[in-house]
Design a protein around this ligand. Structure first.
Ligand code: PSV
Ligand code: MN
Ligand code: MN
Length: 427
């Protein structure tokens, strides 16, 4: 299944009139505000967000899994799916792999396929939270933190192996998310578990190629319900500082206790040059992995406000932040869901770009919270969807990606090609 230029052009022609009707007045309005609209559209259009390979199939809950049909059953098919997304929106130009779910057997062929779709490989993820069939030691009681040297070494070796796969594909980062922790008080010596984790990470760090980074995720609970070895950004930051310049903190939006001020964490990490990247998603209760921006779009906007504002001040920090999604579902078509996440992230970014920075700095200097709020709201309440559409049209993507996906009956075609009963490897 592939989508061609003619199909996209036809779609864009059909919706042109309606698009112009909303785009033209917005351009007038932004012009009056002194905003350089073409530059803005260029910034929005060039922003790319990586797709996680594990979100291309219908996600499961512990109660059930309801396959969508036509899900990718191999790495090749996963890349083809991300290729479809990128063709539709020209904003999903990278894929983040998870080993061993995505072992590239023929690296050259996989690279070639990715190139065909204009895709690069973002961070590669290790997996020491599940036991694999051929594995010698179990991760039941942890991996990098384990009390037993053999288990720790096996987990270290696995991470080094993941780096090697990533190197072959052109990735530049390893993401480590650990399920390590304990379920009951007394089960684990908390400081020893952290110390062992640090020592294990030191060995992984030593195996990083010169131009690589290791991104360390944190999570307060789940699958362990009493303690997690890296529960919060402070612990991730501590480890990243101990390890060195190539270690960074990864902020997964779902990995915070309710009401945490994530934008403040982002600002601090930016200031310290330790913001390695994001796993975008949304949540109501915990690590819900819901579509980005579906529950708290204002929070997403505030995060981008800190990013855009922060990068004004800390100019050298723009580099190398990994922009990734980590969301998956059992009630939505995964590809449609990912397009919605990308759209929400870009909307938040576009709105943050609209903020009158000078005005905001002045309001802050004047200690005028009313003016500051007014300026944020001015940007946040602007309907930026026509700008996103225009950026897609200029990049030869679909004005309305989900609409075209449905019109072309992409899912039905994937079901025809791959079958109804497919199960994608992943979460
Ligand atoms: C589990 O919480 C998780 O969602 C982490 O966020 C990881 O990034 C992801 O799974 C993939 O391992
Ligand atoms: Mn994550
Ligand atoms: Mn998670």
């Amino acid at each position: 299944m592939e989508i061609n230029d003619q199909q996209i052009e036809k779609h864009n022609k059909e919706v042109e009139e309606g698009h112009i009707a909303s785009f033209a007045p917005l351009v007038d309005q932004l012009d009056k505000q002194g905003i350089e609209v073409n530059a803005l559209i260029e910034q929005i259009g060039s922003f790319q967000i990586a797709i996680p390979s594990w979100a291309l199939g219908a996600g499961g809950t512990r109660f059930g899994r309801f396959p969508t049909g036509g899900e990718p059953g191999s790495l090749k098919e996963k890349i083809e799916d991300v290729g479809l997304l990128h063709t539709l929106n020209r904003s999903s130009g990278a894929i983040s792999l998870h080993i061993p779910w995505d072992i590239p057997e023929d690296t050259a062929a996989i690279k070639q396929l990715a190139e065909k779709f204009d895709l690069s490989f973002d961070a590669v993820n290790s997996n020491t939270f599940q036991d694999q069939e051929d594995q010698e030691h179990s991760y039941k009681f942890g991996s990098l933190c384990h009390t037993d040297d053999f288990v720790r070494n096996q987990a270290i070796e696995h991470n080094i192996e993941v780096i090697k796969y990533g190197e072959q594909l052109g990735s530049k980062a390893l993401t480590v998310w650990l399920a390590d922790g304990s379920n009951f008080p007394g089960q684990q010596n908390l400081s020893k578990a952290l110390k062992q984790t640090h020592e294990s990470l030191e060995q992984i760090y030593a195996a990083l190629p010169a131009d690589w980074e290791v991104l360390i995720e944190y999570k307060p609970y789940e699958p362990n319900f009493y303690s997690t070895v890296i529960p919060d950004w402070g612990t991730s930051f501590l480890l990243a500082n101990k390890l060195g310049d190539k270690a960074q903190t990864l902020v997964d939006l779902g990995h915070h206790l309710p009401n945490t001020n994530i934008e403040q964490i982002v600002a601090t990490l930016l200031m310290e040059n330790k913001l390695g990247g994001f796993h975008f998603n949304d949540s109501k209760y915990g690590d819900d992995d819901l579509t980005a921006g579906s529950i708290k779009p204002f929070q997403l906007f505030l995060i981008f406000n800190e990013l855009v504002g922060g990068t004004d001040t800390y100019d050298d920090l723009k580099h190398n932040i990994s922009w990734m999604i980590d969301a998956s579902h059992n009630v939505k078509d995964p590809l449609e869901d990912l397009m919605q996440s990308v759209e929400a992230i870009k909307q938040a970014y576009a709105k943050a770009l609209l903020i009158d920075r000078q005005g905001l700095q002045q309001a802050q200097a004047d200690n005028d919270p009313v003016a500051a709020q007014q300026l944020l709201q001015e940007a946040y309440q602007t309907d930026v969807r026509p700008l996103l559409r225009e950026s897609r049209i200029r990049n030869k993507a679909a004005a309305y990606p989900v609409k075209l996906f449905r019109e072309l009956q992409v899912r039905n075609q994937l079901v025809e090609e791959r079958g109804e009963e497919t199960i994608a490897t992943g979460l």
